[in-house]
Structures are given as C-alpha cells and as structure tokens.
Ligand binder design. Structure first.
Ligand SMILES: NC(=O)c1ccc[n+]([C@@H]2O[C@H](COP(=O)([O-])OP(=O)(O)OC[C@H]3O[C@@H](n4cnc5c(N)ncnc54)[C@H](O)[C@@H]3O)[C@@H](O)[C@H]2O)c1
Length: 266
C-alpha cells in the first residue's frame, strides 16, 4: 500500500468514506488534496493529514459544476505540481426530501446522475490529461454493491452506481495505453451520514423496524445481510483504495472490487 511521495486528490474527502480514503493515503505516505462541497469538513480532514506529517490542501469543489472542478484541479496542480492519484468518492443517495417520499422522483434521478455519474466524469476528464502527459496515474472510483444488483429501493442510485462500474471499465480501456489504472470499489454497509438518511427512511417503511432508532435499524440490517456479521468502516475502504493507488496493484485495471463482508459475492 506504499504511496510515498505521491500526490492525491480525493473528492468528497470531508467525511465518511472519503475521510477514510484520505487518511489511508496519508498514512501510507501521500500528500493529499481534500476536496469537498462542505469546505469546513474538508479543512478539518486536511488538518488531520497535516498531523500525520504529510502536506495537505483543503479545497472547495462542487463536482456538478465544471468551473468549480477546473478551478480545484488547477489549484492542486499549482500547489502539488502533479496528481498521481485520484479518488472519485463524492456521491449522494438522493435529492433533498427523499426520506419523506415513497418513491424516487425526477429530482432524485437528475441530482444523483449529476453527482454520482457526471461528477466522476468531470473530475476524471479534468485530471487525466495531466496523468496522460506523465504516463502515470491511479484512479479509484467509489461505486457500490447497489450497482451490481438492482432493487425496488432507490432505482436512480442503483442505476448511477451501475454506471460507475461501466464507466470504470470504459476509462480503464481508454487510459491503459498511458499507464493509468482505473478501478472501482463497491462498499457494503457503512454508518456514515449517507446511511443515516437511508435508515431514517427505512424505519418509516418497514414494520419490523418500527420504533427502532436509525442506528438500531442499521445494525439489524447488517445482521440480516452480512455473512461476516459486521458493518464495514471507512478504514476498510481506505485500505483497498491505498492498495489500488500503489504500485503493487499495477496489473489490476477495470475491476470493481467488493468490500462488503460477503453480502454480495460477485
Ligand atoms: N455509506 C455506505 O454504506 C456506502 C455504500 C456504498 C457506496 N457508498 C458510496 O461511498 C461514497 C461516500 O459515501 P459516504 O457514505 O461517505 O457519504 P457521506 O454523505 O457521508 O459523504 C459524502 C461526501 O461527499 C460530499 N459531496 C456531496 N455532494 C458533493 C458535490 N456535489 N461535490 C463535492 N462533494 C460532494 C459531501 O459533502 C460528503 O463529504 C459515495 O459515493 C457513496 O455512494 C457508500
């Protein structure tokens, strides 16, 4: 997992899984640009990188806005000189108000697609020319087990994550001639603010979860779905991201790898 001396950019790095990826990169020797739409969160995680003895950059980015993406990438290039590693992690579960809706609406489809799919495309297209020039790069996209198997719950999110898996394969083909590896991680169940939203909605819709707190409902769902019987953590995802960003994984590209305690074995 050695990424010593490498320069990394992590989108949505201000909390949850993104923070786990940032800290795993920093612990394994990389300097990290922490980019998030929530600037205060990005700054706080960047401070943690500094405490680990690595250079850190805190950036404001909205992955749905091309000008914001271009400006963030320009700042990383001007501060760090290079970008060796890109982790496309920023993602959303739904548009505001989804917790109260029985099914997804057009704003869910639009917002989810803008962030989860086009956001990854925008950042990849802004960063990859720099990687192509140096014939070196590692890109790690955060997909989901939801992208491997559809369900009645949240069709737009499931479809967006299937698109991430597909785009990972397409960009792996496109960028392979330039020594750039592109892989995806499919996390299982992690107690982040995102799962807080899912759990708040689920307790209202499953009779057997009525009366449970969102956290208690999450724990019950973990016991139901995960053979190993435990939730995944941002560190679990960070470890695999660091492995995929290091040179020991140089012959792995276009893959989507589960970190899910066995909940899906594909
Ligand atoms: N939590 C899980 O169980 C789980 C499972 C599978 C996949 N994932 C995926 O992992 C990734 C991270 O999820 P999480 O659980 O840490 O969620 P989270 O909501 O805790 O964190 C998401 C981060 O992305 C940032 N973000 C949101 N919209 C943005 C935008 N337009 N531009 C820039 N940053 C933006 C948020 O500010 C936040 O810091 C997402 O892509 C998610 O779909 C999560």
């Amino acid at each position: 997992m050695d990424v010593s001396g490498k320069k990394a950019l992590v989108t949505g790095g201000g909390r949850g899984i993104g923070r786990g990826i940032v800290l795993a990169f920093a612990r394994n020797g990389a300097d990290v640009a922490v980019a998030d739409i929530n600037t205060a969160d990005a700054a706080s995680v960047a401070a943690e990188v500094g405490e680990l003895g690595r250079r850190a950059l805190s950036l404001d980015i909205d992955v749905t806005d091309q000008a914001s993406v271009d400006e963030a990438v320009r700042k990383v290039m001007s501060e760090f000189g290079d970008i060796d590693i890109l982790a496309n992690n920023a993602g959303i579960i739904a548009a505001p108000g989804w917790e109260e809706r029985d099914s997804s609406n057009e704003s869910d489809w639009d917002m989810i697609y803008e962030v989860n799919v086009k956001g990854i495309v925008r950042v990849t297209e802004a960063v990859s020319p720099h990687m192509i020039e140096r014939r070196y790069g590692k890109i790690v996209n955060i997909a989901s087990g939801a992208g491997r198997q559809g369900s009645a719950d949240n069709p737009p999110y499931n479809a967006s994550k299937a698109a991430v898996i597909s785009y990972t394969q397409s960009s792996a083909f496109e960028l392979a001639p330039y020594n750039i590896n592109v892989n995806a991680i499919c996390p299982g169940l992690l107690w982040t603010p995102m799962w807080g939203r899912i759990a708040s909605r689920t307790v209202l819709r499953r009779d057997d979860l009525a009366g449970l707190s969102p956290r208690e409902a999450f724990e019950k769902i973990v016991r139901e779905r995960i053979p190993l019987g435990r939730e995944q953590t941002p560190d679990d995802i960070g470890h695999l991201a660091a492995f995929l960003a290091s040179n020991v994984s140089q012959n792995i590209t276009g893959q989507s790898i589960n970190v899910n305690g066995g909940s899906r074995m594909n």
